[in-house]
Structure formats: C-alpha cells, structure tokens
Design a protein. Structure first.
Length: 269
C-alpha cells in the first residue's frame, strides 16, 4: 500500500493519466492525495473531475482556489474570465453531481505526520487550530448558506485573519488562508497579490513556511498552489505545484519514502 500526493492538476487530464501509469497506481491498495486546483486553465477539467470522483475512497481531495472559483461561477457569484476553461463542466449533463461532490471535499486533511492543504498556514496557527477552522468552513460549504460564504470570498484582497471574525467573513478568510496564502508578515498579515519566485517576496513578508517560530512545525505540510516555487521538499514542507498547466511537470510524491515522480506537461496536452 502506498499514498501518492499529486500536485495541481488544473484540468490537465492527459498528464494526470501518464503520471498515474508512471507511479503504477493500484486502486485496490494505493491512495491518491490531491492538493487542490483540480480544474481550470488546462484543456480537460471535466475529465479530471469525473476521474477523481470515480476513485471514491481511494482519493483524498482538498479544495484549491480554482475549485472554489468553479463553485462560485456556477452560483452566479463571479463570471468567467477569458483564460478560464470551465465551460465544459458548466454545460455537462452531470454538472450538478460533480459540483455537489466538489462542495463536499475538505479544506484540510490530516493523517499521521502529514497535513494537506492547498496553499499554507499562518505562522500562529497550530495544526489543531487549523483543522478546527477548516471544519467550520467545510460544514458551512455543505450547508444551506454556502452561497453567503462564497459571496464573502469575492473580492478577497481585503480579508485578513483575526480570531474575532464572525459569520461568512470569518469562513471566507479561513478559505483565503488555506487556498491562497503564499507570503505573510511575522504577525500573520497576508500579502494578497504576490505570486512570483520566493526570492522576490515583497519587503516585510516571507514565504509562509519560512517563519522561524511557525506553530505547525510538528507536522509535514503537503501543499501546492505556488507554481513559481515549484517542487520544494524539506523536513516540514512538501510543496508540489510544479507548473503542469504552464508546460512544466506534474508531480507525485510517495509519502512513505518521499520518492518523487514527475511527467512532462506539454502545452498541447
């Protein structure tokens, strides 16, 4: 039995299938962890969603910002942009089933020494607190008022975490941390626009995982989201968005021994 964490797929179905063959995935005994951003920008988000949904319990998924964007587009909260490639999902006959399945996925998954989120954690969030906050969001997204949470998420630039937040704004801010965080200040203020290489992080901020006193260092965070960071593995972080949708690689890491597997991703895939 093996567990493979897979980076941001973003609708790149053909590379995903090549990666599945490359790792010799056995659906009877193995499991796949997906770090979010299953959809968008790539050519075949519909097939990606159908495939992962069909895996059932053999797949563990956390939501990424593009997945939440899809849910928000479907609810009429935001509109598609020229670069988005979600139209086939929105027009599919099984659209409602796929969107309902997506809305039931986690924001954070913790098992043994590993915790999976799409983007990252604030320096003063312990794993226990992050898990509790993620559960609040998951219950909200699966409840009758989930549209209010998504509406509070757009626009998100102004959202900054404080423990006193309440209602949809509180849950939307937790979503922003878990699905969009790249850089923050020592006191946990999020930088909301930077997506470049870590060496170019704006003054006063640092990559979220570099905080000297980060309270989540007692676990290994498995994440994606930061394509400019690329594959980054150390004792406490396994970051695996290696930019497949940008023509680079799709990455899997076997968590038992941290072996890395990659396949190239061509723009024509």
């Amino acid at each position: 039995m093996a567990t493979y964490a897979i980076g941001d797929v973003q609708g790149c179905y053909e590379p995903l299938q090549r990666l599945i063959r490359h790792i010799r995935f056995d659906p009877i005994v193995d499991r796949l962890w997906f770090v979010g951003d299953l959809v968008n920008r790539g050519p075949d988000s519909l097939s990606v969603l159908r495939y992962i949904k069909k895996l059932g319990d053999q797949a563990v998924v956390v939501l990424g910002n593009h997945d939440l964007f899809l849910l928000s587009v479907a609810e009429g909260i935001v509109t598609l942009r020229p670069e988005d490639t979600l139209q086939t999902i929105l027009a599919a006959e099984d659209r409602d089933d796929l969107l309902a399945w997506l809305r039931r996925q986690r924001l954070l998954y913790r098992e043994g020494p590993f915790t999976m989120v799409h983007a990252g954690l604030l320096p003063r969030w312990s794993i226990n607190e992050a898990e509790t906050l993620a559960r609040e969001v998951e219950v909200g997204l699966q409840g009758p008022c989930y549209r209010d949470i998504l509406q509070a998420l757009y626009p998100s630039k102004h959202l900054q975490w404080t423990s006193g937040l309440k209602g949809p704004t509180r849950l939307a801010t937790v979503i922003k941390v878990l699905t969009r965080l790249r850089a923050c200040s020592p006191d946990g203020r999020m930088e909301s626009s930077f997506n470049g290489h870590p060496e170019r992080t704006p003054a006063g901020y640092f990559p979220w995982f570099e905080g000297e006193n980060r309270w989540s260092r007692d676990t290994t965070i498995v994440c994606g989201h930061w394509a400019a960071l690329g594959l980054h593995c150390d004792r406490h972080v396994i970051a695996i968005d290696s930019g497949c949708v940008w023509g680079r690689q799709l990455t899997a890491v076997r968590l038992e021994d941290r072996t890395v597997f990659q396949v190239p991703c061509n723009h024509g895939d």
